[in-house]
Write a protein that binds this ligand. Structure first.
Ligand code: PEP
Length: 254
């Protein structure tokens, strides 16, 4: 099965509305719609999403996502953002389970699973982040960690739902550190993740689910990573804050 590559810019706590508008103007100069063969997604901070939508003005060339979502519908949950709100803004994607949220906000697989279910119920595609820490890799726990994150994070989903997901494999030791997994190590981890999806949800889901690599992806390493058979795109942090380097990564997926 051929899977459309998907490149997403996780802006984290960077880029207010004004900077985002400047970024999008610069990105427009770098890219033309010849890049339709690649799904491109911008994931701004919540407060920047309306400015991004205004600038896109209905153009569907870029998808827009949120960096997180609540596992509740509405009510007394200070600081939380619901799927209804994301839908009202026009978000098509939501990042869930990013290692920074696991690390700094104590998010567990079970909690992330509830967010994934909320997103799917609202018609929003989750970008589900998984990955091991350096200590876990060095202790030989890579496969146990990844399979637990897949099985617990996706518990209760149908094979169709899993086939429509994006799973981002982001080794924690490679995020924002400048260290990238070698293409061979990244491919091995992606192939393993796909095998766990196959064992748990069947061959069709495994063939359809898109797997992104994340962790210090930059123009110089993007092509080699994305030419691996089980790597279907990239989740990009630092290198997605500049329009020229984000555009170069998109072009590397073509
Ligand atoms: C990320 O946090 O999702 C990420 C991949 O960051 P960076 O590209 O900066 O390592």
């Amino acid at each position: 099965m051929s899977r459309t590559p998907i490149i997403a810019a996780n802006w984290k706590m960077n880029m207010g509305p004004k900077e985002a508008k400047d970024f999008l103007a610069a990105l427009k100069n770098e890219l033309s719609c010849e890049c339709k063969a690649v799904d491109k997604v911008i994931v701004p901070p919540f407060v920047t999403i309306p400015a991004v939508m205004d600038t896109l003005n209905g153009c569907t060339c870029l998808g827009v996502g949120a960096q997180d979502v609540s596992d509740r519908d509405n009510g007394a949950f200070t600081g939380e953002i619901s799927t209804t709100m994301l839908n009202e803004l026009g978000c098509k994607y939501v990042v869930v389970g990013h290692s920074e949220r696991r690390q700094y906000h104590g998010e567990t697989n079970a909690y992330i699973n509830r967010k994934i279910k909320k997103a799917l119920a609202a018609g929003i595609t989750p970008i589900y982040c998984i990955g091991e820490t350096l200590a876990q890799r060095e202790a030989g726990e890579l496969e146990t960690v990844l399979s637990t994150q897949v099985v617990e994070g996706l518990e209760g989903l149908t094979p169709e739902q899993v086939g429509g997901l994006v799973i981002a494999y982001e080794p924690v030791w490679a995020i924002g550190t400048g260290k990238t997994a070698s293409a061979a190590d990244a491919q091995a981890a992606h192939a393993f993740i796909r095998s766990v999806v196959e064992k748990t949800f069947g061959a069709e889901a495994a063939a359809a689910v898109r797997l992104q690599y994340g962790g210090s992806v930059k123009p110089a390493n993007a092509k080699e990573l994305m030419s691996q058979p089980d790597i279907d795109g990239a989740l990009v942090g630092g290198a997605a804050l500049k329009a020229d380097s984000f555009a170069a990564i998109i072009k590397a997926a073509l």
